[in-house]
Design a binder for this molecule. Structure first.
Ligand SMILES: Cc1cc2nc3c(=O)[nH]c(=O)nc-3n(C[C@H](O)[C@H](O)[C@H](O)COP(=O)(O)OP(=O)(O)OC[C@H]3O[C@@H](n4cnc5c(N)ncnc54)[C@H](O)[C@@H]3O)c2cc1C
Ligand code: SF4
Ligand code: SF4
Ligand code: SF4
Length: 352
């Protein structure tokens, strides 16, 4: 970048007012004078701006050069075969072993198993997404330093949480220097910007050892989500798990479906920024993890870096997970590529 850097005012006009802010918290995390705060999911300038340019340069919804980022993160750009889901070396179906993880997790427990392996080999903590105490399904970043805390935050929350604030908290409040971060594709993009390039943040770059990205088609606006559930007669305070699978949105209580509708019925709850997002498979993570492409009760894991490969194989060696190649056909690799393609097309339609 040359000339005067773009600053918070540019974020305001180019991102926030245009409705493309994903509420990741990256701008808050990197402001050197702590002049940005999140208010109801939106960043606000609350102090003096010294015009350093950090917030704009590290925003995943501001200029994002995919090829440039691929070179910085992987040392190469994607090949023709990787065009839909980005740089990777393998795709597996993975399932945690042992009841503890399987009782808490969303799918095959691959995320929680990787975090368990990470903590067991000397990691200080993991930034995950839990729920606000005393509130109903409000997602918040949590710094977990034990397997118990990791499992407490397992499972998918279909609303957003400013994960990058959790990264700051791990470093500044918990004095951690080896952390793993679990995030949606947009959050992993923000983190990847922070770790690389001219405006990188050294403290965050040095502390983050592992990035676990989730597959993501959309998140819901929290107020619309709660209003919708109330209208449908679903008591959200009693729901133990929400799930989107095979074209359906479902709520579970005590292991049973208490509500299930076609996904088209919840499309109006999707945040506007998600319509403009082109990244389904967390293209800049070490490992990307979702459920499509694998049998029920298994997670699909895309290996993108050596770091990712190493921790997955270590978890297998230590009996934390079982691994098998993902099916190469229509219901395996095929469906992952198909959804990634659909999301990219949808973002083009909405003007990314
Ligand atoms: C908003 C959202 C949309 C998704 N959409 C798809 C999809 O379309 N297709 C698909 O195949 N998979 C999707 N996934 C991923 C899927 O729901 C599971 O997270 C994934 O399969 C991993 O399952 P697991 O059993 O290995 O994870 P677990 O072991 O249960 O761990 C899940 C981890 O995700 C973290 N997490 C939960 N909610 C959030 C959140 N909102 N933001 C950041 N981190 C969070 C938890 O804290 C936990 O660490 C989505 C996930 C999210 C959060
Ligand atoms: S000081 Fe820097 S990071 Fe903070 S608001 Fe201003 S430009 Fe953004
Ligand atoms: S960095 Fe994240 S929270 Fe800040 S403006 Fe950009 S998208 Fe929004
Ligand atoms: S769809 Fe994109 S912008 Fe929306 S939560 Fe998922 S990764 Fe973030």
């Amino acid at each position: 970048m040359s000339g005067r850097p773009k600053i918070f005012g540019h974020l305001m006009t180019e991102v926030i007012r245009k409705g493309t802010c994903v509420s990741c918290g990256s701008c808050v995390a990197v402001c050197p004078v702590n002049s940005i705060e999140m208010e109801g999911g939106t960043p606000k300038l609350v102090g003096l701006c010294v015009a350093c340019g950090m917030c704009y340069a590290n925003c995943p919804s501001a200029e994002f050069d995919v090829e440039e980022m691929e070179k910085l993160v992987f040392g190469r750009t994607r090949t023709e075969e990787e065009v839909d889901i980005g740089v990777h070396s393998a795709i597996y179906a993975v399932k945690a072993k042992g009841t503890d993880i399987l009782e808490h997790c969303q799918d095959g427990g691959a995320v929680s198993a990787m975090l368990t392996q990470f903590l067991s080999e000397g990691g200080d903590g993991a930034v995950v997404t839990g729920l606000e105490d005393g509130a109903i399904w409000i997602a918040k970043p949590v710094v977990a330093s034990t397997e118990h805390e990791v499992l407490d935050c397992a499972g998918t929350k279909y609303t957003s949480s400013p994960t990058l604030l959790g990264v700051c908290s791990a470093i500044e409040e918990h004095a951690m220097s080896h952390i793993a971060v679990v995030g949606t594709p947009c959050q992993i993009r923000g983190l990847s910007k922070i770790e690389t390039g001219e405006f990188s943040d050294a403290a965050i770059r040095d502390a983050v050892d592992l990035k676990l990205g989730l597959f993501c088609m959309e998140t819901f606006s929290y107020p619309s989500f709660m209003e919708f559930l109330e209208k449908e007669g679903v008591d959200a305070s009693k729901v133990e798990k929400f799930e989107i699978k095979k074209g359906k949105f479902m709520a579970h209580q005590k292991g049973k479906d208490i509500y299930a509708v076609k996904l088209s019925k919840v499309k109006d709850l999707v945040r506007p920024c998600c319509h403009m997002c082109s990244d389904f498979a967390s293209e800049f993570a070490d490992l990307s993890i979702g459920n499509v492409g694998s049998p029920d009760g298994w997670s699909t894991v895309i290996v993108r870096t050596q770091k990712g490969d190493k921790i997955l194989k270590k978890a297998e060696e230590n009996g934390l997970v079982e691994i098998k190649p993902v099916d190469e056909g229509r219901t395996g690799r095929g469906i992952i590529l198909k959804l990634a393609k659909i999301k990219r097309k949808q973002s083009e339609k909405h003007g990314e």
